[in-house]
Design a protein around this ligand. Structure first.
Ligand code: ZN
Length: 686
């Protein structure tokens, strides 16, 4: 039995490319965020790099700003940990490429060089050589020979052949990994019938089989423990002297040097914490980094859930999406502060959590009689690090340990300055004109798109994941690999169902009873059609959130067929989603929610598998090609990443901090290169 992970969520924005218009967001002029703010930073391959504003930063107290500064340093120090976790050759490849990029004296106008530059930008975006989203290896568009030539042309003294490796030796090691499509083709492999540990390129396991790892952890677990430790969360599994063993990520263990730096900044942060509770949170996290003790991590998580300070942060080994076995967590960090105005919206939702649970369309026996600890807030991100950078979530719901969520609740956040930046960058990009059926849908989107999108995220994160319960004796991991997409399906359906509820008008969350239609249309269009822009021709849908969206869209189309609730219509050789009956569509969402809840509550693996495999995996190749062609003509990037702002400490003559400034002038290349100089203390091999 492997660990239960699936409740938790980092919700990735798939709506980034819908071109919906944002409502105005109040930003103070003294924040330097006005109509000249540059949201777009760079564009290459399938990526667009954006910049996010941090409204309100300048209005924080000096102490809060200083706290954010230290936490932001701690957030950046973990960058190389993630790179190494993704693949054990990543740091070598990046450093060699950066060495060439900064020191090459030859022709920089050639096609080869441009392709090399693009490759470097791509691996920066993915924190490694595998695509951040598809997880397929990024194959360079320049040749092996070209690469070897430019590497060798650079003065070796300027190259990062650390650890005493010579150029040839290094090249012999990394060239096959970079160029051979058969070597480490997938960061995480989930294909059925193979050893997913041995065939995944992530650096969580080395020299061990899937069975050995499973046996290793099964022996540790006590199935009757009601507050189980998250075994395996912070370690790599290896063979040592023929026996399976863990290398723990902690001070004095694996990733020692980076973790020491993180601790150093956290200690400074503790010195300017807003209150004693927050100081205790930070100190407990430091203790965990020093010992690697997962029990301490649970203590930290419980304290963190309860801390409601204005400034907040995540820093550690958190999400397990990248591990084929769902146990090992990638390193991430996000530092933020509460957006007090927008938090009023999520507070209304939280305050009514029990009403939503009681009125949910699921069977009575699956409902929670008491919904606990639903806290929610809207935050402003101040820095993104590790697995939150450059691609970032728009909502977070933590901690991940199910028993902590059960006994202590969870913290749910919506990151509004990120969604705002997406909206601003997408203005007028032609997407809605191409894919929406008519002006009616486009007008809905213009009028309500931003609001209902945020509300969908709020409902998904604040209430969706936390609603419902398992029947006694049901293994939380019974749905295995299908658990993750089904959990996202459940949370999304909960949000969709309630978006159309008159209760939302009554609570003042939406202006009228039509607002939800905007989100309904966009959701189905995305799930059934436009998200296919993220899939390469001939490939299936793999990513959990995409599977969930396809599942919902395709299921309602199929099950509403008799009444033509939602249909795919042709016009001028193009396919469109047309919703004929919004009210009936809501009923279908409710029906599917009831079924997905039943599957989860009863641990009905076979039914869950069938649902996902039937509606959430396969792609109609004809429609896929059409969508790709139409999308390509718009010349939009399907994936977005972000650069961070730059914070600087200002000190007086006595060395005391007098201010922290924020600026937005660093571009993508300079930021990545600076991070590689400033926050890169790990050896090539860890
Ligand atoms: Zn979710």
């Amino acid at each position: 039995m492997k660990k239960i992970i699936f409740m938790l969520t980092t919700l990735f924005l798939l709506a980034a490319c819908t071109g919906k218009k944002a409502e105005t967001q109040p930003v103070a002029a003294d924040d330097g965020i006005d109509s000249t703010f540059q949201y777009k930073v760079d564009r290459f391959a399938d990526i667009e790099i954006l910049r996010y504003p941090v409204p309100g930063f300048n209005s924080l107290s000096l102490q809060q700003k200083e706290l954010i500064y230290y936490l932001s340093q701690a957030a950046l120090e973990g960058r190389d940990i993630l790179w190494d976790q993704h693949n054990r050759y990543n740091l070598t490849i990046r450093r060699v490429c950066e060495g060439v990029y900064e020191n090459y004296m030859g022709d920089k106008s050639s096609e080869d060089w441009k392709n090399f530059e693009t490759y470097l930008k791509q691996i920066w975006m993915a924190s490694g050589i595998h695509h951040h989203y598809s997880e397929d290896k990024i194959i360079p568009k320049f040749t092996k020979d070209y690469f070897v030539t430019i590497v060798k042309s650079v003065d070796p003294g300027r190259m990062p052949f650390r650890d005493g490796m010579a150029a040839d030796e290094t090249l012999n090691e990394i060239v096959p990994v970079m160029f051979d499509p058969n070597i480490m083709p997938k960061r995480m492999n989930q294909a059925p019938g193979v050893d997913i540990v041995k065939t995944s390129a992530v650096n969580f396991y080395e020299g061990v089989t899937q069975k050995e790892v499973e046996d290793f952890y099964n022996a540790m677990k006590n199935p009757n423990d009601s507050t189980p430790i998250s075994y395996g969360l912070n370690s790599k599994v290896v063979k040592a002297d023929g026996a399976v063993a863990e290398q723990v990520w902690k001070l004095g263990g694996m990733y020692d040097k980076a973790i020491a730096r993180i601790i150093g900044w956290l200690e400074k942060a503790a010195g300017v914490a807003e209150n004693d509770a927050q100081k205790d949170v930070i100190n407990t996290l430091i203790e965990y980094y020093k010992t690697g003790n997962l029990k301490t991590f649970d203590d930290y998580s419980i304290k963190w859930v309860k801390d409601d300070s204005r400034v907040d942060f995540v820093n550690g080994f958190i999400e397990t999406y990248t591990d084929p076995l769902g146990m090992k967590a990638t390193w991430e960090s996000i530092v933020n502060f509460k957006n007090e105005e927008a938090t009023k919206r999520t507070k209304i939702i939280s305050d009514n959590a029990q009403w939503f649970e009681d009125n949910s369309p699921i069977e009575q026996r699956f409902k929670k009689s008491e919904v606990k600890g639903v806290t929610a807030k809207v935050i402003t991100a101040a820095i993104l690090g590790g697995d939150c950078y450059p691609a970032t979530p728009i909502g977070i719901n933590l901690p991940n340990a199910n028993w902590i969520r059960r006994d202590h609740g969870s913290k749910s956040v919506t990151i509004e300055n990120i969604t705002y930046a997406y909206d601003k960058a997408a203005e007028g990009n032609g997407f809605n004109e191409e894919f929406m059926w008519s002006d009616a849908e486009r007008d809905l989107s213009k009028k309500y798109g931003s609001l209902t999108d945020n509300l969908h995220t709020d409902l998904h994160e604040c209430l969706g994941h936390g609603s419902g319960k398992l029947l006694p004796g049901v293994d939380g991991d019974a749905l295995k690999a299908y658990g993750s997409p089904l959990e996202e399906t459940r949370a999304d359906l909960f949000a969709l169902y309630y978006l159309a509820d008159p209760k939302l008008v009554e609570l003042g969350l939406v202006p009228d009873a039509d607002a939800y239609k905007s989100e309904y249309y966009k959701y189905i269009m995305n799930g059934a059609m436009t998200q296919l822009t993220r899939i390469q021709p001939g490939k299936n849908i793999e990513q959990a959130h995409m599977r969930n969206r396809a599942l919902i869209a395709n299921w309602v189309i199929e099950n509403g067929k008799a009444d033509s609730v939602v249909v795919m219509k042709q016009r001028d050789g193009k396919t469109y989603v047309v919703i004929n009956d919004y009210a009936k569509l809501r009923d279908l969402f409710g029906k599917l929610l009831a079924e997905v809840q039943r599957i989860k509550s009863e641990g009905d693996y076979e039914a869950g598998k069938k649902l996902v495999e039937t509606h959430g995996v396969k792609v109609d190749p004809k429609l896929h090609q059409e969508v790709l062609t139409r999308y390509e003509a718009l010349n939009l990037a399907p994936y977005k990443g972000f650069v961070n702002p730059v914070y600087k400490l200002v000190t007086g003559e006595d060395g005391k901090v007098t201010d922290v400034t924020i600026s937005y002038d660093e571009n993508y290349v300079n930021q990545q290169l600076r991070y590689s100089r400033q926050y890169s203390v790990l050896p090539l091999k860890n």
